[in-house]
Design a protein around this ligand. Sequence first.
Ligand code: ADP
Ligand code: MG
Ligand code: ZN
Length: 744
Amino acid sequence: MTASLKLLLKQYFGYDSFRPLQREIMEQTLAGRDVLAILPTGAGKSLCFQLPALARDGLTLVVSPLIALMKDQVDSLTANGVSATLLNSSIQGAEAQRRRAALAQGQYKLLYAAPERVMTDGFIQDLQRWNVTRIAVDEAHCISEWGHDFRPEYRQLAQLREYLPDVPFLALTATATAQVRGDIAQQLRLNQPDVFLASFNRPNLGYSILPKDKPTRQVFEFIRERPNESGIVYVQSRKSAENLAAALAAEGIKAVAYHAGLQPEQRVANQDAFIHDAARVVCATIAFGMGIDKPDVRFVIHADLPKNLEGYYQETGRAGRDGLPAECVLLYSRGDLVRNLKFLDEASDPKAAGIAARQMRQMADFAEGSECRRAALLDYFGEQWPGDNCGGCDVCLQPHETWDATTQVQKLLSCVFRIKQKGGFSTGLNHAVEVLAGANTEKIRNWGHDQLSTYGIGKETPREQWMSLGRQLIRLGYLNASPDIYQTLSLSVMGRDALAQRSPIFLSRAPHQIAVGSSSAKVSRAGNMACDEGLFAELRDLRKTLADARGVPPYVVFGDVSLRQMARRYPVTEAAFLAIPGVGSQKHADFGPAFVQAISSWLVDHEPLPFPHDEVPVKPAPKMKSEGALNSSVLETLRLFHSGKNPQEIASLRALSPSTVAQHFANAIVSGDLKAEPRDFYSCEAEQLIDQAAVEHGYDRLAPLYEALGGRIPYDQLHFYRAFRQRARLSSQPTSAPPGGQNT
Ligand code: ADP
Ligand code: MG
Ligand code: ZN
């Protein structure tokens, strides 16, 4: 009995198409083969075993490491009309008996269980009776000591093969390292498995790194600007988690703390508050995360430097599982690295400490680098980012400021060279910078480095700047640093050539270097899926009410993608509601009437907004109100424009200032009399710059905007910018909306 996977996908989950590799994985496991699927978080791994379970007779056993994870998936499946259950230590007595009886009668398609339960005696015999046809091992990296969440109990799972020899295994994980992958296949005794490895890029995540400076304030302001979004703030210590949560709560933000030092009941309560949208922010140590499948985490902030890139990737990966845009922000200060390294010095095992130190430096290099964050992260996992500009990280979104570093580079490289020449040994960066700065230290006196020609030639530049340049030259390969803890410097071949040829070197300032002290650095906001935000808010409230009544998290009722689509398409018929992604037949029956009702009543008082590239809204879009007739001077400017003159020519022909002519165009754009595109007047780069500045300063008054941009964008372009924004605001606003209502 193999029903079409595509039909089942729509009927039970309400989706029209598969995500990459889902279908291929399902087909292989349905063919009875062992499969190892390595897909990033949010890629949709659960569906890879849930849908095959529906396509065949028999029971699918799902091994999962955490009760919270199991419960979440069983809730979601139940809401979709799939019969699923779980057995673990939280289910006892009569309830456990009832579930076993139902399992024996074949009433469930999926059974979730923890590994320690699976291996108990009676349970294996039960499994043999219950017609298990597939075993899915979720979070399979837990089997590997090399992974970050090692669970010894996972090791025993391979024994299942002896008892259920013909049952195919499907192992799933988001952990990419080859070592862990190999371990999974070996430990689970996978039989010539088909291995599926997806790209680890998370296209909907935006990455940015900001200089850390009053982190509590920075975190608070970030969250305050996103009043309806939930997210995670990672900090280093339990104490900071509690302090930060308290500080945010004192400012009126519903925040809770999470760390391993909390009483278990408190921990569960705080986690539940987050999952059920009662708290919108968790301030947590890295103890928080696995087991959280909340799909609408809109931001992950690292307020302290993560210990390694792998952890950073996993933690940021918890944002945006639903595929909608989400932001990952790291607050970086070099002091964090220094502190982390200092703690290491006290560690006992020197080999482990060495590895940890290398990983920490790698993390700091990532933060200090001026390379695309996405490319750098993917590179860490051995993947190449094909494009030039990812369009979704601070490096790619902020224009690169470059400076002529030739002289400075010459000074630093020759200083390193002279030090080695003089004593025959190398030193670390810090000492080289001391020499450049002309410091009077004991080492300098002892080694005679005050006699070097480079002694004191860098006095005019602050030491921190020299350090930063030195680190950049290491990253770029002009200098080599020894791998031991001293990190002594030597010139690479490239560095020697640069020194000998005095070739001009232009370096880009890392975004955090530009930003330090200028406070103009802003996280660029990723645009969300546009929808009628007013209706979306209503639907969210309704979702929360329905979810609370059932005791499930709101996202079990519907995800944000479904709600946003409802607030774009205004479905008021059954067919229209069923076409919303995420609406399967069970949810249609259970929740359809309430949502359709809410949308219909919304439409009584509100005009639907038009959203292009989608179905036409139920009612026609409202006509634009004209902003009043244009005066004759504006009309004259327009006439000249249509006869082929450009703005500069018009200004000189009419003896008007460019700014006045720009104002004429702006009026005509706002009124709709001039059909033009932003690109007719300013570049894409200029637009990005202005967008960023407008987040903080708005665009109604141009003077502050001009100031904030440091005069980089001329006034006339700002006039045009404002006109296009105002025009967009008008055309997306129903005439009945109150003035000042925002739809962007
Ligand atoms: P993973 O386990 O890989 O991290 P999940 O299985 O938790 O990912 O799925 C992440 C999200 O993607 C869930 O909200 C799920 O409903 C959604 N999803 C999965 N498959 C599809 C699909 N084919 N179309 C649309 N959404 C999907
Ligand atoms: Mg998963
Ligand atoms: Zn980028």
